[in-house]
Design a protein around this ligand. Structure first.
Ligand code: SF4
Length: 323
């Protein structure tokens, strides 16, 4: 049996709400609640859902920017939380991130050469000449030439800056990239170029991606599997074609009905009433029941179990369980 590159089991991240002078804990924001997922080698998994669904918190836990409240995260079968020393450094090299706004992730005081060479110098033992060659090779891989080495972030366009951020992310030969809204801050014309670059790099370098986005058109373009989240919980998960061709969960159906795509089988837009409830006190039963057009009595009382539409397609909804 093959081991997943990254496996998350029942991940929880609750943020305490502190009140008063002594910071008494008055409750918790349940940003991620019992989420499980796995990413295989060379696979692209997309996390989709409205803001507040917990997508970015999952990414932060994987990047060790947040400590999970509970659950396990395994990298190549080993518990990430237990990594120390060289094991931890290897994990940090293996899992890199590309964020939404490249200008916020690039130090404005550093040249592109300094930005790219810093992690390489800290991790690889290269001569001055080899380092320069390495930088040129990195730039070539992201479609930039050597003249960019001397530039500073303010001299770059949005697309060029994102290419530099991608070059830095791949500089230590990672296995997994966390792509957090990698194109949403860019002009539409540049978005397609960055997506093509990411697709090419994935094939060339054998990378896996965890893509976090609300832009469903890019999800279709690049994903192998899709996980739909709502208020910290998984609603539906399946292969990209399963979710696009036959979305089963009412939330997925509403979300995907907003994509302007003439081939999509349900062109009629499904509007959801109201806003997502607060994650401080999520609704009992199915978390989506306060907005679901198909809710029945059991939905507000009992959380739906997993329904397997196929070996790869899972949905959490009483409608399908009761059929
Ligand atoms: Fe709607 Fe009920 Fe299904 Fe939740 S379980 S999505 S409320 S029908």
């Amino acid at each position: 049996m093959s081991t997943a590159l990254l496996k998350i089991e029942n991940l929880k991240k609750y943020f305490p709400i502190k009140v008063g002078l002594f910071g008494k804990i008055a409750g918790y924001v349940k940003a991620v609640d019992r989420v499980s997922l796995n990413i295989d080698s060379r696979e692209v998994v997309s996390l989709v859902g409205e803001s507040g669904s917990g997508k970015t918190t999952i990414a932060k836990c994987i990047l060790l920017l947040e400590k999970p409240t509970d659950g396990r995260m395994l990298y190549k079968g080993e518990d990430i939380i237990l990594f120390r020393g060289e094991k931890l450094r290897e994990y940090r090299r293996g899992v890199q991130a590309v964020f939404q706004n490249p200008f916020l992730s690039l130090d404005p005081r550093m040249s592109v050469f300094e930005i790219l060479s810093e992690p390489v110098k800290n991790n690889l033992n290269l001569s001055k000449m080899e380092l320069h060659e390495y930088m040129l090779k990195l730039l070539e891989m992201v479609g930039l030439d050597g003249s960019f080495l001397e530039k500073y972030p303010h001299e770059l366009s949005g697309g060029q800056a994102q290419r530099v951020a991608i070059a830095r992310a791949i500089s230590l030969k990672p296995k997994l990239l966390i792509l957090d809204e990698p194109t949403s801050a860019l002009d539409v014309s540049v978005q397609a170029q960055i997506l093509n670059l990411l697709a090419d790099l994935k094939n060339e370098l054998g990378l896996s991606y965890l893509l976090i986005t609300h832009d469903l058109s890019i999800v279709r373009y690049i994903s192998d599997r899709i996980i739909v989240m709502y208020l910290g919980r998984v609603m539906e998960a399946g292969l990209s074609e399963e979710i696009f061709n036959e979305p089963l969960h009412p939330y997925t159906q509403a979300l995907f009905s907003s994509i302007p795509d003439p081939y999509y089988r349900e062109p009629k837009r499904i509007s959801l009433r109201g806003e997502p409830p607060s994650p401080i006190n999520p609704p009992p039963g199915c978390r989506f029941h306060t907005r679901c057009p198909h809710a029945v009595e059991i939905c507000g009382r009992k959380e739906p179990l997993e329904y397997e539409a196929s070996k790869t397609h899972k949905v959490y909804c009483w409608l399908h369980l009761e059929k």
